[in-house]
Design a protein. Structure first.
Ligand code: TRP
Length: 330
């Protein structure tokens, strides 16, 4: 019996993944390898919907790939690819864009937000069709489930709509994927503003996994807490302390309740110290693995090509089926 297939992607738009990416999404990607057949990818084609420096994009793509391997994505178990190395993504995207309404694309709130940032008229067409490329990513592999954050829910709804529409018009072709909004994984907040989600746009509140150890230690030790002294888990009233407990629990493997008991009568400084120690204990060997992988570019590129070859075996079948159904000659 074959396992259900899962697919997810991440954009190569930073030099390093951060603790929010790791605990909020990527840790779950690693775990899902035990229960699903997984396809994961670096969404470099999505990244270029806003301006990217070519040399930086290439570096970040290689580094993101190495970071996913170092986190535990196992190329023997899963298919790990760079999106642009599998041309079927672009091929299917074109077909899907032809069955998407302009109004439908215009309604995507992430597009509206991103377009508003740069001034609506300067946004690229690619930014508008971004969710259609995302739908193609998913449908290409007949994925059953797509683990993503809440911010991607609307894109998944569009993917389902397009799959159902295509199947209805041309006959059963695509698996209609289930949204798999990951609630169980940790929500990680900004260290300096614990009311906001951790994000690279706020560097002092963001723990990058590839930052120097000293920097990370400093950031954790200067995390914002509150004027109270009690260490308890209460995200609504004690966002900073609760965030540190969440991070410490994730990296130490100790349940939050046990941590709270062990910190009874102790000070915030102790909590920060133990959190920093637990994070560093994870980060240090992780950085070693990333550096080792990046030190052998030939091997890294060979892993990418192997991944692309395996992905194309699945993707080419879908595209051939779609081409035939819509009336392209063979
Ligand atoms: N849009 C996703 C994000 O920014 C990345 C992505 C691209 C993706 N294609 C995907 C996620 C397909 C899941 C499935 O997080």
């Amino acid at each position: 019996m074959s396992l259900p297939r899962v697919l997810s992607g991440i954009q190569p738009t930073s030099d390093s993944f951060h603790v929010g990416n790791h605990l909020g999404a990527l840790k779950n990607w690693v775990e899902m390898q035990n229960t699903h057949e997984c396809v994961y990818f670096i969404a470099d084609m999505h990244a270029i919907t806003v301006e990217q420096d070519p040399a930086q994009l290439r570096e970040r793509t290689l580094s993101s790939y190495a970071q996913l391997l170092a986190l535990g994505i196992d190329p023997k178990k899963s298919i790990l690819i760079v999106q642009s190395q599998v041309p079927e993504h672009a091929q299917l995207m074109w077909i899907m864009s032809s069955i998407t309404g302009i109004g439908e694309a215009n309604r995507m709130t992430q597009f509206k937000d991103k377009a508003a940032k740069g001034g609506a008229s300067s946004a690229s067409v690619g930014l508008l069709t971004y969710p259609i490329l995302q739908a193609a990513d998913i449908l290409l592999y007949q994925a059953n489930a797509v683990p993503v954050g809440e911010d991607q829910r609307q894109h998944l709804e569009l993917t389902r709509d397009l799959a159902i529409r295509f199947n209805g018009r041309f006959g059963n072709t695509f698996v209609v994927p289930e949204p798999f909004i990951v609630k169980a994984t940790a929500k990680i907040q900004d260290l300096q503003d614990p009311s906001a989600k951790m994000s690279k746009s706020s560097p002092s509140g963001c723990i990058n996994l590839l930052d120097p150890l000293k920097t990370t230690e400093k950031k954790i030790k200067s995390a914002v807490t509150d004027s109270d002294t009690e260490i308890r888990f209460d995200p609504a009233n004690k966002a900073g302390v609760s965030n540190l407990l969440t991070i410490l629990s994730a990296y130490s493997g100790i349940p939050i309740n046990d941590l709270v008991t062990s910190f009874e009568g102790r000070m915030y400084g102790d909590l920060k110290k133990e959190t920093a120690a637990a994070v560093l204990e994870f980060i240090e060997p992780y950085q070693g693995r990333v550096n080792e992988l990046l030190g052998d570019k030939a091997e890294l590129e060979s892993l990418m090509h192997d991944g692309a070859t395996r992905a194309r075996e699945i993707a080419a079948k879908t595209v051939a089926d779609v081409y035939s159904k819509i009336g392209f000659v063979s």
